[in-house]
Write a protein that binds this ligand. Structure first.
Ligand SMILES: [Fe+2]
Length: 213
C-alpha cells in the first residue's frame, strides 16, 4: 500500500479569492458567505457527526483525536465541526447562545428532497413555514440545536426589500398562517404545482386556510 506523504498536499502557491493591494480596502468589509459552524456535543458526539454528515450529504475531511470532526459538503476544508465537550456535561435544557443556524439551498425541489430523507432517517422537521422572504424547514439535531434549511423566495435585493418593507406590515398577516404541512407541500410539488406558486406566501396562506397545504 502506498504511504501518503503529507507534504504532497501542501499547495505550491496561495490563492486568495481577491488580492487587495495596500490601501484598497477603505471601509469595513462584510463576509462573503457563511463558512463554518462549530458545535459542542457530549454523549451525542457520534450521533451529531452522523446527523450533520447525513443532513448535508457531507464527508468527514479529518478527525482530530482530541475530539473534533471536520465535515465538509463542498470544496471547502470544513463547513461543520463537531467538538466533544470537555467536561462531558450535558447541555442544560435552557441555555443562552445561538438560536439556530441556517443553510440556504437552491430550490424547493432540493428542500423537499432533504425533507424526505431527513424524515426517513428519523429527523422530521419541527415545523415548516413560508416567511414571505424565505421557505424554511426547522430541524432539531441530536444535541438539541435548531438547524434551518431554507431558500430565498425572491431575488436577493427583492428579498431584502420584502424584509425591509413588507414583512410584518399590516398586509402580512400572522406568520403562522403560512405554517405548512411538508407532506402536503411535497404532494403538490410532485403533482406539478409550480414552485413559483408553492413558495409564494400569499398562495401558501390560501392553501393553508382551506386545508390543501
Ligand atoms: Fe433563520
Amino acid at each position: 500500500m502506498d504511504t501518503i506523504d503529507p507534504r504532497d498536499f501542501r499547495p505550491e502557491k496561495t490563492a486568495p479569492v481577491r488580492s487587495d493591494p495596500p490601501g484598497a480596502v477603505k471601509a469595513m468589509p462584510s463576509p462573503r458567505e457563511m463558512h463554518h459552524l462549530h458545535i459542542y456535543a457530549d454523549k451525542n458526539y457520534d450521533a451529531m457527526v452522523e446527523f450533520y454528515q447525513w443532513l448535508f450529504n457531507g464527508e468527514i475531511v479529518r478527525v482530530n483525536p482530541n475530539g473534533l470532526t471536520f465535515i465538509s459538503y463542498d470544496d471547502h476544508d470544513h463547513r461543520v465541526v463537531i467538538l466533544r465537550r470537555k467536561e462531558g456535561e450535558p447541555k442544560p435544557a435552557r441555555f443562552v447562545g445561538a438560536s439556530h443556524v441556517a443553510f440556504a439551498y437552491a430550490s424547493l425541489g432540493e428542500l423537499l428532497f432533504v425533507y424526505q430523507r431527513m424524515k426517513e432517517r428519523g429527523y422530521p422537521p419541527e415545523y415548516a413555514v413560508n416567511h414571505g422572504n424565505s421557505t424554511s424547514f426547522y430541524y432539531t439535531d441530536p444535541d438539541g440545536n435548531t438547524v434551518e434549511t431554507m431558500m430565498d423566495n425572491y431575488a436577493p435585493l427583492d428579498t431584502q426589500n420584502y424584509k425591509r418593507h413588507y414583512q410584518w406590515s399590516e398586509y402580512f398577516g400572522k406568520m403562522a398562517e403560512a405554517n405548512f404541512d411538508p407532506d402536503k407541500m411535497l404532494a403538490l410539488y410532485e403533482t406539478g404545482v409550480p414552485d413559483t406558486i408553492l413558495i409564494d406566501r400569499e398562495e401558501v396562506r390560501k392553501m393553508c386556510a382551506d386545508g390543501r397545504l
